[in-house]
Design a protein around this ligand. Sequence first.
Ligand SMILES: *Cc1c(COP(=O)(O)O)cnc(C)c1O
Length: 481
Amino acid sequence: MELEYWLGRGVEAFREWARTYGEFAAHPATAVGETACEVAFAELTARLRGSYPFFHPCYAGQMLKPPHPVAVAGYVAAMLVNSNNHALDGGPATSAMEEEVVGQLAEMAGLADHLGHLTSSGTQANLEALFVARESRPGTGVAVSAEAHYTHARMCHLLGVPVYTVPADDRGRMDMGELERLLSTGVAGTVVATTGTTALGAVDPLHRIVPLARRYGVRVHADAAYGGFFRLLADGKADRKADRKADGEQAPVAPETGDALRAIAQCDSVAIDPHKHGLQPYGCGAVLFGDPDVARFFRHDSPYTYFTSRRPHLGEISLECSRSGAAAAALWLTLKLLPLTPGGLGAVLAAGRRAAVRWTELIGASPYLEPYQPPELDIVTYYPAPPGSSPPRLSRVGVASKEVMHRGMNAKEDPVFLSVARVTAPAFTARHAGAVADGDHTHVLRSVLMKPESEPYLERLHRRVEQLAKASWPAPRGCGR
Ligand SMILES: *Cc1c(COP(=O)(O)O)cnc(C)c1O
């Protein structure tokens, strides 16, 4: 797939379509000179060099990677039209594509029936789900795990809904005993379960949360913004291509994780971000509801839209107004070529997942690194190991982790880009009993291996990080190392 070629084809197709409407003159007010454009464009591209190389496997930090070239080509082709998927008046062609891709996402999630739409982000998708939760269960609060994305507390604050935090277990998953204790008090009308937390990639046990919540008449929202696409790996059978690559390796996610991901099908609402693991540029989240009747909560009228059709407009079932039709077109084209199957998009996720498992093995075998916890999806957490057999002291773990990150990204030669996650002292000692808790929190290293290219690059990444870790452990006062 040659991006240059397909970008050109998009421009050509637009011009061809435009010509069917006949000639008209461009207005001089919008004219820009070629030379001025040359200068300004050069400045733009130079300034973009100030970014981190998200496209390269030496970038193993946050949840960032470029969109697939197919998504870029689809986006540009549709952006030239610049349709607005708020209403069918603004984007008839791309609204139809949006309905199709939302149907595909709902099918992947396993929802028997659905109402849904794309959003500009996972935050917006979660906001809409929490808004419907508030309207459906007036006067009650929302239960979220301590490891849930901070957006839930912010959005609940915005909606005027109380938040109840449920502690997480020693793998970063919602603690079921604590959840039951909370639900038995009757204060929560909705549970937010995260299937793939942002920090650790931990998957809350949704298959146990749903029946528990039902017993108490409580709604369940799955925040699958990050992890939703791992549903493609939940049935244990990797695609044949991936199988060959993995050489008989087992199911790409653990059976319990698969159970949790399959339980998304029973949730009242789901947030899922195609701009996280769906190969899309930013501006593409999605919210899905199991009960199409929740449309009643969105009902509103507009004096200047909704004229061209009696069919419901996407804006009539969403809180956002203007929304990119190009985002729908980009996802539509991507899913045509990399469908939501284990062998389609699933093969992309499976490579990152295998890389995470393999790297954790290498880290476990290294004298210079220690896994923080085993990865449940494709996020690896680890820290520089103290020398010899001395126990890790939390203050030093944090200093050493940040040192590795900074040295890696500032290296003139062979840079490597990692990220850190803040973890509490009880969370750390729950995973590493011998650790010395000399503070209330520390930082560990975190690498999101969301690019399939991380898999073949892994040995090199590991060697480089190991080298940095070796030099990073702070020497105790008085004796150098
Ligand atoms: C990324 C993320 C969000 C927020 O989504 P945005 O698209 O960044 O607004 C919410 N929840 C989880 C679990 C996420 O990973």
